[in-house]
Design a protein around this ligand. Sequence first.
Ligand code: ZN
Ligand code: ZN
Length: 451
Amino acid sequence: METIMGFSKLVSLLLIFHLLNPTAVFSSSLSSSKSNGLSEIPKKFLDFAERKEFVDWMVGIRRKIHENPELGYEEFETSKLIRSELDKLGIPYNYPVSVTGVVGFVGTGKPPFVALRADMDALPIQEEVDWEHRSKIPGKMHACGHDAHVSMTLGAAKILKEHVEELKGTVVLVFQPAEEGGGGAKKMLDEGVLDNVDAIFGLHVTHENTIGTVASKPGPLLAGSGFFTAVITGRGGHAALPQHSTDPILAASNVIVSLQHLVSREADPLDSQVVTVAKFQGGSAFNVIPDSVTIGGTFRAFSKASLIQLKQRIEEVIKGQAAVQRCNATVDFHDKPVPTFPPTVNDNDLHEHFLNVAGDMLGNDKVKDMKPLMGSEDFAFYQEAIPGYFYFLGMQDENSPKLGSVHTPHFTINEDVLPYGAALHASLATTHLLKAEPKPRSTEGNLHDEL
Ligand SMILES: [Zn+2]
Ligand SMILES: [Zn+2]
């Protein structure tokens, strides 16, 4: 989630598509949204979320969570706070799901179903921002904005509950644990939270874009990622008598150089990939060749096929190159219990839906196209199961100093972002259900409605 940059517009393309496709004119999302009031919902929800008491309520929740950050699968107090707010709103939920997860339901209780996702976990970082509501837990901090994501999703719950008569189906509120490497999404998915759900939306705050703007793209948005650790074992000895040793330092050095050839020589230059060795541990004296060296790193790619290929070749290169130097190697990909993160790939139809909703709410010029990022998100697990859409919500005030970056002790949230997230969540879900709703087919259904 580190960087967002670059924009160009896609919005008008949509309109052109619809104009060029006469059979779609009356059934298309864009034209029908104009004719049946769908286009008014996003602005109405934003106005609702921007009322002072509503904002104060969301800010209060966010600050409470920020003061008490909890790491993956330990979000007990955060989960309790979510449940108490859902109780106050009269929204039923399932708990516990995947240790601390909460799954709420607003609407008719019947299909169609659409899901909104919030991640709850913090990071093992010591907060260095000096403000009234800083983290009270040493060494832990909400440095990725998940406190804001929870608050915005509760905001969406409140909007939806207060407009429940407009819901033509059910919104599933997915509060998941352990996004930061713990694969909470995968665990939630395995417990069936998305069974019968047609689509899921997720968002992430970012200081890279200005407040009141959103950014995303169809197709691959974030990379899939995996990690590896390799132990290269030789035979230690006196550094002045190398002929009596098998040197794992030299073997590991050759392994690292060879790993760099995977992207530069084996990957398609147009298929972005990364292999980084970020750890090298071995030896403790000037004059001793150690017995073993441990290296570790990460690999990234935008397709599952490329990830599988990289993984296979990383293992082959480490073992093969170690053998050239008369060493042995073992490789661990740390893919149990959490598998390698797949790439975050946005559904094309949901992208059109997002352009419509965000454009209606913020103005088409505030909906930015963005380049893919090499960061990754466990939201991708949901997208492997059902169509999903992930987007970034800008929070940088143009006239204020640059906000601190995610995953740093200086990370800060511009709390003005909260109503935007709440309203976007609620609007994307409500209008998706309205579009998914089967048209009344004949008078028989209506007759029963009258009774
Ligand atoms: Zn993060
Ligand atoms: Zn995050």
